[in-house]
Write a protein that binds this ligand. Structure first.
Ligand code: SF4
Ligand code: SF4
Length: 495
């Protein structure tokens, strides 16, 4: 879906979906109170009243059972660099503009400009400051909190002898697909919010407190690797407020820079990058030295790896396991987009997680998880029954449906290959370009935020923000109605 779609392709998909379930709401025009009854007979031709065009908002499209391409078109219009410019010009005296930038987007832009990620950070911050942004942060704090919350909930489930797998929900492309086409999967979805949403909540809140302004005066831009993140930002929050106002992809950032004829390379480079991060964050932004750092594991955030790592840590701290006897072993699957990580203690598996990227692999997994389906393929099942299952580290051993946890990403290769990342220049094969982007991503220094201190900070944050834990950290997913009546689809409307 998103990895294949770009804003440039959208001309191919200009009509709204035939299964659009949103009713056209016409607000009645105020009618003057009648004083006398008067009947008029019209003899001329009657001109039909023109209805005003239906307005479908980005949030409406989340209720969609129909097209994905029209949804993308609507959201591109609402979250575009032109809309951002409009907001900057219209409201520059009233609103405070803040931004957060994801790791994958930084890697993609650094690759496109052929510079280090650290240089890119500085130049991009310079640019955003110039066009009116007050604060700019990395998404590391939100990501770290998302990773820890996810892992802790897995450790808790593990202690309750739960039946897996739990499926990650930080990829909105995958979540939307599950909601529309495989509702039986929804109870398995993790309810932990993504780094984008947690960062947005914290950034708006700290800015609001620091500048003593109302929340709705803060405009939050995120720079993310895909268009799907725009849909995620439009999911309604419990209290009706919005944490992210605009999502731009690296491609759209380049379009913005080009439109303003800004010379990215003209910006000044500060010697101390940590000082740059510090002066551009809200004063109370915690763990500043780690606020742009990276995590181990996949280039989608490392959710599967972090779960195993924190589970290992938990066993060392609470059950006195010996650190030296642990090993995290990678078992490769049929293709590079499916693999399993096993946490071994004295060579015995005690926990497992899988990475599943791309819709082809996702479809295989959801089929296996369908109630009533037999999980293992007959040939493998027979082998297992005979006790002749293939030797360790072979393909047949990789079965995400049997893991505790699965990190699922809609894009092949995960978020580093999001649909909004910069495309390769002519002559460079796509695969090579992804490898180069990955190398930029891996050049970002690792995070080492002290977990207990971070959890302490987040508890205090929740108390001071007068929001509850659920509002800050939990997402909600629902089944979306799918149109099955061909007549409804034929007439292009359900109502
Ligand atoms: S609600 Fe669905 S069908 Fe209607 S315009 Fe939005 S994406 Fe398309
Ligand atoms: S895998 Fe990552 S980049 Fe791709 S749609 Fe999902 S969140 Fe976006």
């Amino acid at each position: 879906m998103s990895a294949l779609l770009s804003a440039d392709d959208l001309n191919d998909f200009i009509s709204p979906g035939v299964a659009c379930i949103k009713p056209v709401q016409e607000l009645p025009a105020p009618t003057p109170k009648p004083t006398e009854l008067e009947i008029q007979v019209q003899t001329e031709d009657v001109t039909p009243t023109k209805l005003s065009p239906a307005q479908i908002s980005l949030a409406d499209c989340l209720a969609c059972s129909g097209c994905i391409t029209s949804a993308e078109e609507v959201l591109v219009a609402q979250h575009s660099h032109k809309e951002l410019l409009k907001a900057l010009n219209e409201h520059d005296n009233e609103r405070i503009f803040v931004a957060s930038i994801s790791h994958q987007a930084r890697a993609s832009l650094a690759l496109a400009y052929n510079i280090d990620v650290i240089q890119l950070d500085q130049l991009l911050i310079n640019f955003l400051k110039k066009i009116g942004f007050t604060y700019i942060v990395g998404t590391s704090l939100g990501r770290e909190l998302s990773l820890i919350t996810e892992s802790n909930s897995m450790i808790h489930r593990k202690q309750q002898q739960f039946e897996g797998p739990v499926l990650s929900s930080i990829c909105p492309g995958w979540v939307l697909y599950a909601e529309k086409t495989h509702p039986y999967i929804i109870p398995r979805l993790s309810q932990v919010k993504s780094p984008q949403q947690i960062t947005g909540c914290i950034l708006k809140n700290l800015t609001q407190r620091e500048l003593s302004i109302s929340r709705d005066k803060i405009y939050h831009l995120t720079i993310m690797p895909c268009f799907d993140k725009k849909l995620e930002s439009a999911r309604p929050e419990l209290d009706g407020t919005v944490d992210v106002d605009c999502v731009l992809t690296p491609r759209e950032v380049v379009a913005l820079i080009d439109e303003l004829q800004y010379d990215m390379m003209s910006g000044e480079l500060h010697k101390d990058i940590n000082e740059v991060y510090r002066i551009n964050a809200p004063k109370k932004w915690p763990f500043l030295e780690y606020s742009w750092g990276n995590n181990q594991g996949s280039a989608s955030g490392g959710y599967a790896y972090t779960y195993l790592q924190l589970y290992q840590q938990h066993l060392i701290e609470t059950e006195k396991y010996d650190q030296n006897n642990f090993e995290i072993k990678t078992i490769n699957g049929r293709n590079s987009d499916i693999y399993e990580l096993k946490l071994l203690y004295n060579d015995t598996q005690i926990a497992s997680a899988a990475i599943v990227n791309g819709f082809k692999n996702i479809q295989n997994l959801v089929r296996k998880l369908k109630p009533g389906s037999t999980k293992a393929k007959p040939v493998i099942a027979r082998r297992r029954a005979r006790g002749t299952a293939a030797t360790p580290s072979t393909v047949s051993e990789v079965d995400p449906s049997k893991c505790d946890y699965v990190e699922i990403m809609a894009c092949p290769s995960g978020c580093i290959n999001g649909g909004g990342q910069i495309s390769p220049p002519e002559g460079i094969p796509e695969k090579d370009w992804i490898v180069r982007a990955l190398s930029k991503y891996n050049s970002i220094s690792m995070n080492d935020i002290p977990i207990n201190q971070l959890l302490e900070w987040s508890e205090k944050f929740v108390q001071l923000s007068s929001m509850d834990h659920q509002r800050v950290f939990e997402a909600k997913f629902n089944q979306m109605e799918k149109i099955t009546d061909p007549n409804v689809a034929m007439f292009g409307a359900k109502w």
